[in-house]
Write a new protein. Structure first.
Length: 215
């Protein structure tokens, strides 16, 4: 094979790998489409609404996170869930994604005992793994934006959780979908190697009092 032939073969291989990488989030969306809902009336009844973490601005939920919290409140009020599990990164005193959502839920009238906080949901995979193993969730409705929902559902269902997804408002920028490409590939790798999150800890069943998880 000529030098040009080797270069051409290398380019074909590189392009093929890139095509696979780009197609993974597309395939996840197609596979999870039947479990994603935009109308609250259509959402199946589940044990708990899982609010995935997002950024906090000056101690208040960012618009993305507030939309997720509002969607969880809607699910609770409509009787679609009986508990709300807020998961996010609270790895430092200066970075707390869960407490602002807890305050939002309290202000919305959600009973304290029905609000659980997961302070070690450092990424979507860890949040799903901990929902299953720490909080003993058997069924849940994931609350996040459209760009994020297929990946979250894919992880949850491949961890053996009966999971549905309710689409929160917001997150419709092009870059939100672009960043799902590496994130979806990482999620697939986590599932393949069966990664165990660094922090698990004692079992906290959702049948208990959620306020014991606040601090």
């Amino acid at each position: 094979m000529s030098h040009f032939g080797y270069i051409r073969l290398a380019l074909i291989c590189i392009l093929s790998v890139l095509a696979v990488i780009i197609m993974i989030p597309v395939c996840m969306r197609l596979a999870m489409q039947g479990y994603m809902y935009t109308n609250v009336d259509d959402v199946p009844v589940a044990q708990v609404a899982l609010v995935l973490g997002a950024s906090v601005v000056h101690g208040q939920p960012s618009p993305i996170l507030e939309y997720r919290a509002a969607a969880a409140v809607e699910l609770y009020r409509r009787g679609k869930v009986s508990k709300i599990l807020v998961t996010g990164d609270n790895g430092a005193l200066s970075h707390d994604e869960v407490t602002p959502v807890r305050k939002y839920l309290i202000d919305a009238g959600i009973p304290a005992g029905d609000i659980f906080l997961d302070h070690a949901g450092f990424d979507t995979y860890s949040s799903m793994y901990r929902a299953r193993d720490v909080f003993q969730a058997q069924s849940l409705t994931i609350v996040t934006q459209d760009f994020h929902l297929p990946r979250a559902l894919f992880i949850a269902r491949h961890l053996g959780i009966t999971a549905y997804g309710y689409t929160a408002k917001g997150g419709d920028e092009e870059h939100d979908y672009v960043r799902e490409i590496p994130a979806s590939n990482k999620a697939l790798l986590d599932l393949f190697i069966r990664r165990v999150p660094k922090y698990l800890g004692d079992v906290i069943p959702l049948s208990g009092d959620g306020s014991t998880t606040w601090y």
